[in-house]
Design a protein around this ligand. Sequence first.
Ligand SMILES: Nc1ncnc2c1ncn2[C@@H]1O[C@H](COP(=O)(O)OP(=O)(O)OP(=O)(O)O)[C@@H](O)[C@H]1O
Ligand SMILES: [Mg+2]
Length: 219
Amino acid sequence: MLTAKNIKKNYGNLQVLKGIDLEINQGEVISIVGASGAGKTTLLQILGTLDKADSGEVLLNGVDYSLLKDKELAKFRNEKISFIFQFHNLMPEFTAIENVCLPAWIGGKDTTETTKRAEELLQLLGLKERAKHFPSELSGGEQQRVAVARALINSPAVVFADEPSGNLDSKNAEELHQLFFELRKQFNQTFVIITHNEHLANMADRKLVMQDGVIISDV
Ligand SMILES: Nc1ncnc2c1ncn2[C@@H]1O[C@H](COP(=O)(O)OP(=O)(O)OP(=O)(O)O)[C@@H](O)[C@H]1O
Ligand SMILES: [Mg+2]
C-alpha cells in the first residue's frame, strides 16, 4: 500500500536519511524506534507528504507524491493521510466534536454524515459525554483520544503518529496503545507509530529500528 524507495534527505551537509526502502501493507501496525536524531520524524514527515525527500520515491496506493501539484497534494493528504502528534494540536476555540469534524469539513464532506461519523467515533473512544467540551476542559488522555478520532474521520489510508503517548502517564499511554490495535481490528486501519515506549514498539506487527539515517532492523 505504501512504498518508499531509496529515500535520501540532507540538511546542509548532514545526511539525515541515507537511502530508506520500505513496504507497508494495509492494516499493519508498524512501530519506528531509534535514538534521538536517528531520522525518525524526518522519515515520517516524508512518508506523510509534509516534507520532500531529496531523492527517491514514495507511493501511496500507487500514487507517486512527486507527481502531484500543490493543490492535488493538499487534497490527497486530506483524504488519505492523518497525523497524531505528541501534543494533540486541537483547535482551542472548537469543541471536541468540531475538532473531529474539521478534516471532513475541509474536504467538503456532507455535514450530517460527518457529524454522525464523528459521534460514532467519539462513542467508540469513550468520549460521547465529552463531545461538546472544549479541549481545555478535557484531560490529556481525552484530548489525545479526540486527536485519534480526528485522525480517523476521513477514513485515511494511513495514520502516522509521532510519539503519540509521549506526553501521557503510563495508564493513559497504555489505553491509547490498546486503542490503536482495537481500531486496526475494527477498521483494518494502518498505523505507523514512532515511539520511545518499548512495550508499544514490541506490540506492533513490525518494529523498524533506525540508526543514523538507515533502517538497521525490520522484524
Ligand atoms: N529542519 C531541519 N533543519 C536542519 N536539521 C534538521 C532539521 N530537522 C531535523 N534535523 C536534524 O536531522 C536529524 C534527524 O532529526 P529527526 O527529527 O528526524 O530525529 P528523530 O529520530 O525524530 O529524533 P527524536 O527521537 O529526538 O525525535 C537531527 O540531527 C536533527 O537535528
Ligand atoms: Mg522525532
